[in-house]
Design a protein around this ligand. Structure first.
Ligand code: F6P
Length: 462
């Protein structure tokens, strides 16, 4: 990237950087983007997360540590139609292969286009001639095309953090062609894995009749050419592993160890989202205890599941279902001195999660579908190399492509899950070490800084 090119990052949510030395630390992606923005004195633009009666178009800016954030409020109607509606009730379920949950409503589709137009309108005056613009995720697919229609000629890249569904599913989306055509106005498109990239290229070739070169990822249609590639995202290794010696991490580790005593702790950490396979996970655990009832004295499962997107009905339903399932297992298997499932509806800091991961000898990461899944990588990063825990990982998480030495499972199968739990529980140290050693280099080396640099290098070269 040329020295003086500023970077403009655009995403639905904006992580406002903490002042240097302020308490608390931000997560991997936010940290990496802030670092890239600091290097290039850029701007991070997005929704403030606030709802107002009417859309005002006012931009609130804040500069901390050399990074400027610029945010806009959205009206209640915009949030309902764009965020709760089209983004999270249409695109999110469809892109996670959940046609059964996808809602196709004309009004929310219009709201999505309206908010993308609002983003373009407010962002346009902030873009300077040599800026590089990087748009993130499914909320903002048409933004690049909206900027182009206003005469923006800058390099613009787009990264999709979630899966891209197979063509057969994707064509169920009304106006699918219109949506994908907008993507060809970007200079560079990034996907998490080769599988999602292949699905996208397949769609462009078969449904749009675009000229597609699988080798280079170039897609050409009506005079527009974009390049589509896979850039698997990673964790902020230095930051995350640096938490090991914090008081919060150590305390969290001790807290978990002392409360589980002689039992093996198995942990899951997920937003409360149906794509994460939480009810299916509990079914697998229930099957394990059915099969090995005496092992209730060996294993305790801790599920941390902070609520998410609570205004969307499917998210309310998943919460109720999980409470029932956790309650059923505990009702059937608890003893006066032990409860097999601890289900916690709140979030924890990164440092505390580090400590919990370190204390848990099994990490259970079993989404039904996931763009990547960084919990799998963080779980491994927190392990003691001399005595590492076992990662059980869904073969349908993007992370599985890089992590073939995890215990890979089909998250839909209670038998498969139950079998993997038994295997993990009894796995000898030698095999745990072998698997850990085989996995840890990709977690360490293919990190989030690498991801940012690779994407921006390719965007710069366009
Ligand atoms: O890609 C999915 C994603 O945008 C993640 O980056 C993020 O962790 C999560 O969804 C947050 O969801 P929301 O902004 O809807 O709370």
């Amino acid at each position: 990237m040329s020295e003086d090119a500023r970077l403009v990052v655009v995403s639905n949510r904006v992580a406002v950087p903490k002042a240097r030395g302020a308490a608390g630390a931000q997560g991997g992606l936010a940290g990496a983007l802030n670092a890239a923005l600091k290097d290039r004195s850029g701007v991070w633009f997005g929704w403030s997360g606030e709802e107002t009666e009417e859309h005002s178009g006012e931009i609130a800016t804040q500069t901390t540590d050399g990074v400027t954030t610029a945010t806009i409020d959205l009206s209640k109607r915009d949030v309902d139609e764009y965020y709760n509606g089209y983004a999270n009730s249409t695109l999110w379920p469809l892109f996670h292969y959940r046609l059964d949950l996808a809602e196709y409503e004309r009004e929310t589709g219009k709201g999505y286009e309206r908010v993308n137009e609002r983003f373009a309108e407010t962002l346009h005056p902030l873009i300077e001639e040599d800026d590089i613009v990087w748009v993130h995720d499914y909320h903002l697919i048409p933004l690049g095309e909206r900027l182009r229609s206003r005469g923006v000629k800058n390099r613009i890249g787009f990264f999709l953090h979630i899966p891209w569904p197979p063509t057969r599913l994707f064509v169920s989306l009304p106006y699918h062609e219109r949506l994908v055509r907008t993507m060809l106005h970007y200079d560079l498109l990034g996907f998490q894995t080769q599988e999602w990239l292949d699905s996208f290229l397949h769609y462009c070739r078969t449904e749009l009749g675009a000229e597609v070169d699988d080798g280079t990822g170039s897609v050409t249609l009506d005079g527009w050419t974009t390049i589509a590639r896979a850039y698997p995202i990673g964790i902020d290794w230095d930051h995350f592993t640096g938490l090991a010696n914090t008081g919060d991490a150590r305390q969290a580790e001790q807290r978990l160890l002392s409360s589980t005593r002689r039992r093996t702790a198995m942990i899951g950490v997920d937003r409360l989202d149906y794509s994460k396979g939480l009810p299916e996970r509990l079914d697998g655990i229930s099957r394990f205890f059915d099969r090995f009832p005496q092992r209730v004295r060996d294993l305790v499962f801790i599920q941390i599941a902070p609520p998410s997107r609570e205004d969307v009905e499917s998210y309310q339903q998943i919460r109720t279902l999980l409470e029932q399932k956790a309650g059923q297992i505990n009702g059937a298997r608890s003893e006066v001195d032990l409860v097999p499932v601890r289900y916690v509806n709140r979030g924890y800091s990164h440092a505390e999660l580090f400590g919990f991961f370190r204390a848990a000898k099994i990490g259970l990461v079993t989404p039904l579908r996931d763009g990547m899944n960084l919990v799998a990588k963080e779980y491994l990063a927190a392990q003691d190399p001399e005595d590492p825990g076992v990662l059980i990982l869904s073969r349908f998480a993007g992370a599985a492509a890089q992590m073939q030495d995890a215990l890979l499972v089909n998250p839909h199968s209670p038998d498969d899950l139950s079998h993997a739990i038994a295997t993990a529980l009894d796995m000898p140290l030698e095999e745990r070490r072998r698997r850990y050693d085989a996995l840890i280099s990709t977690v360490r080396d293919d990190n989030v800084q690498d991801w940012t640099n690779n994407f921006l290098r390719d965007l710069d070269a366009r």
